[in-house]
Design a binder for this molecule. Structure first.
Ligand code: UDP
Length: 353
């Protein structure tokens, strides 16, 4: 069950799109039968997709305040997707939910088929925290997260299963010799803190290549106005094959989130290309960056800290970056963790019944 934020391939779903495709690919490779349920217009190479029509979610969870209520539009794609799931549930052993939304969590006790919820964000609103906790208590092992730091944003961290993430490393080419340029990859939205990377580019005079969907166009335009002298190049939202090719040529990836990034897919994609990380010491990034070996963790919100770290990039061996990706974030490693998680949920279900 994909995110109702946007069709797969649109970029509106952020890292969830790639995570879902990767896990589905790996489970198919392991011989499981599956179907991906996603909003109409979804594109995926060779994965079986059931496209569902309906209104997309319009307010991203990261733009809400803590006490905001849950809203659903008429003909909501989220509701339609879960109505479909209800109808076909007897064909499956397990439903895997990738949406950070209240409805699938609320529906969990009403389904006969067990549901694994892979939670892609940290604590954002009270109503979400409450429903995730209820599911975590009533359906042990059914809540998966990407990092310990993400889990620690919830009061029930010990009930969460930490899965990290994984990529098909064969798609990511190692690049030993970068050109003089820095990269920034992600949804262009305030919680991603792009302006700090642009400010660092302006101070160092090094070109910053920006990859990603302009989710918040006004935010992007404000940055362009505020830093007219920064050497930035907006490359666009690229499919993974092209993204990795361009990303690999950069000296480092700047990751500058203002929020607790649950994991940061872009960080492991960079490592897979041999690109060191310069990241704020925040969220899942603190568990990914190996200080001084595969990058540098910087005091959050410190542009000066980014600039200092850029000066020390020569100390990082790009081969070590690729090595870290191979050891921890291969699709096989992620597949093992995920498959074990799924089996644990099924074991708990058998014990219960
Ligand atoms: N991405 C992409 N093409 C681009 C820029 C980004 O496919 O040009 C993808 C990237 O591969 C990653 C996702 O966008 O999977 C961003 O995910 P991340 O976990 O870093 O952040 P999120 O958007 O989920 O907060």
């Amino acid at each position: 069950m994909s995110t109702p934020m946007g069709p797969l391939g649109s970029g509106l779903g952020g890292g969830v799109e790639l995570t879902l495709s990767n896990i589905a690919t790996e489970m198919l490779r392991r011989g499981y039968k599956l179907e991906i349920v996603a909003p109409q217009g979804s594109i995926s190479n060779s994965l079986p997709i059931r496209e569902i029509p309906g209104e997309l979610i319009q307010i991203p969870a990261q733009n809400q305040s803590r006490s905001d209520p849950i809203l659903l539009h008429k003909n909501s794609v989220l509701a339609n997707m879960w109505d479909y799931a209800r109808q076909v549930q007897s064909d499956y052993d397990l439903i895997v939910n990738f949406a950070y939304d209240w409805l699938p969590l609320y529906l969990t006790p009403f389904f006969n088929c067990p549901i694994a919820h892979l939670i892609s964000m940290g604590s954002l609103t009270d109503v979400m925290d409450e429903i995730i906790e209820q599911v975590a208590i009533n359906f042990p092992a059914s809540i998966g997260v990407h990092s310990q730091t993400q889990a620690a944003t919830f009061t029930f961290a010990e009930r969460c299963i930490c899965l990290l993430n994984g990529m098909d490393l064969s798609i990511y080419q190692f690049c030993q010799e970068p050109t003089q340029s820095l990269a920034w990859v992600g949804r262009i939205a305030p919680e991603k803190g792009l302006e700090d990377a642009v400010a660092a580019a302006e101070m160092t005079g090094i070109k910053l290549k920006i990859f990603g969907l302009k989710q918040d166009v006004a935010y992007w335009e404000k940055i362009c106005q505020e830093y007219p002298n920064a050497a930035i190049e907006y490359v666009g939202f690229l499919p993974t094959l092209e993204l990795q090719k361009e990303l690999g040529k950069c000296q480092a990836l700047l990751v500058t989130p203002r929020w607790i990034e649950a994991f940061g897919n872009v960080a492991i994609e960079a490592l897979a290309c041999g690109v060191p990380l310069i990241a704020y010491r925040r969220g899942g990034l603190t568990e990914i960056v190996q200080e001084g070996k595969t990058g540098f963790l910087v005091e959050p919100d410190s542009v000066q800290g980014l600039v200092e770290a850029i000066k020390h990039l020569d100390n990082i061996d790009r081969q070590t970056c690729r090595q870290q990706a191979e050891t921890l974030y291969s699709l096989e490693a992620m597949g093992d963790r995920t498959e074990e998680w799924f089996k644990e949920i099924l074991r708990k279900k058998i014990l219960k019944s």
